[in-house]
Design a protein around this ligand. Structure first.
Ligand code: KG4
Ligand code: ZN
Length: 352
């Protein structure tokens, strides 16, 4: 059984074909990231326009790479939320049209849930992919950390899960992106902050951790604390514009701020993951979302948890169509509800 997955929730136009939930047949991603870099963040209108241009070539490439024609595809799965409204719309309208034109069943996919399913991909003939040796087993603790989400979820089985907690404001990836901007580091901020952090002292500055409910997160205070720290370091008051910070901070200060921020942000996630592990005793722990690429997160989690941690390939951690197609396969296998190709709408604020 083969499912075509379509993902356009942010700045990646992505499509992939997955067989039976675990076998990756193709994975094509066109990113408009370069167009956003000059603005220091994703510009929704530019992202939506790029999706319009890229979506059909990306889908055709995904089918070709998987050596599939439409006859080989059993269903179409598309992200309908959460994400940017204009971006989601392009993927959903395309998927609806293709489902009607080719007479295929259509499944609406929750983007955050899909991130977890990158961990179920365990087989591929595609070169350059490092996949998990075997799929995770239930109960499964999922640590979902991306530019839009910071959540902990406990899956008892496919489609039987509890959201233990989520961010009350900014996601951790967004905090990395904003801190990068304050330090004059390139977008996307995650990789550039962690690169700068390698040269810095993670214990140089003490930054605050938000006091929120047991498994919830909050990163907006930490972001502000980094701004105040930068202003204090150059002996300016709180109204000094963040945009001018990079030219006043020395490289050494930037490295130490990046390292101290990263340690604090990652510790927040790891502390709560450890707490959840101890309370629920899961058989597997998986990391999902773009921040899963963070080496400090992988290092701290390995130290904190008693079970060996495996990670999906980086190309499957950031937004992609394969995770959408994998979840789509499990929806088919578990007889989940179909979407109506004539009425499926986007839900930019969809929660898990
Ligand atoms: O999952 P993703 O591709 O998009 C969303 O669904 O949000 O995640 C992108 C986020 C960005 O905020 C990016 O800065 C962050 O993941 N990221 C990282 C790293 N690589 C990407 N954050 C920390 N460390 C990294 N190495
Ligand atoms: Zn994502």
């Amino acid at each position: 059984m083969k499912v075509l997955g379509i993902e356009t929730s942010c700045d990646e136009t992505a499509a992939a074909v997955v067989e039976d939930g675990y076998k990756l047949l193709s994975n094509v991603v066109a990113s408009s990231m370069d167009l956003h870099a000059q603005y220091g963040g994703v510009v929704p209108e530019i992202a939506a326009r790029s999706h319009i241009e890229a979506i059909l070539p990306v889908i055709h490439e995904a089918l070709d790479a998987a050596k599939c024609t439409w006859d080989d595809i059993d269903a179409i799965a598309v992200t309908y939320g959460a994400g940017l409204g204009g971006s989601l719309l392009i993927g959903v309208m395309t998927a609806r049209t293709l489902a009607i034109a080719h007479g295929k069943p259509l499944y609406g996919i929750n983007h955050v849930q899909a991130h977890v399913y990158a961990n179920f991909l365990t087989e591929t003939a595609l070169p350059g992919y490092k996949l998990l040796a075997k799929p995770p087993t239930f109960p499964l603790l999922a640590i979902i950390v991306s530019g839009g989400h910071s959540s902990l979820a406990l899956f008892r089985d496919h489609f039987d899960y509890t959201l233990l907690g989520k961010t009350q404001d900014d996601a951790i990836g967004e905090a990395f992106d904003k801190v990068a901007k304050m330090l004059g580091l390139p977008y996307p901020g995650g990789p550039s902050v962690s690169k700068a952090a390698e040269k810095g002292d993670p214990n140089r500055y003490k930054l605050p951790k938000a006091q929120v409910n047991k498994y919830d997160f909050s990163f907006s205070g930490l972001k502000t604390a980094v701004l105040r720290l930068g202003q204090k370091e150059i002996r300016e008051s709180y109204d000094f514009p963040s945009i001018k910070l990079p030219e006043r901070l020395s490289d050494a200060q930037k490295h130490d701020i990046a390292a101290s921020f990263q340690r604090t942000a990652i510790e927040t996630i790891v502390d709560k993951a450890k707490l959840a592990y101890e309370e629920f005793n899961p058989k597997s722990v998986v990391i999902a979302g773009g921040v899963a690429a963070n080496k400090e997160l992988r290092h701290q989690l390995t130290e904190a948890l008693p079970l060996p941690l495996e990670y999906p390939d980086l190309k499957l951690c950031t937004d992609n169509g394969a995770m959408v197609a994998s979840l789509g396969c499990f929806k088919v296998l578990n007889k989940q509800k179909l979407a109506d190709p004539y009425t499926l709408t986007t839900n930019p604020n969809l929660s898990m």
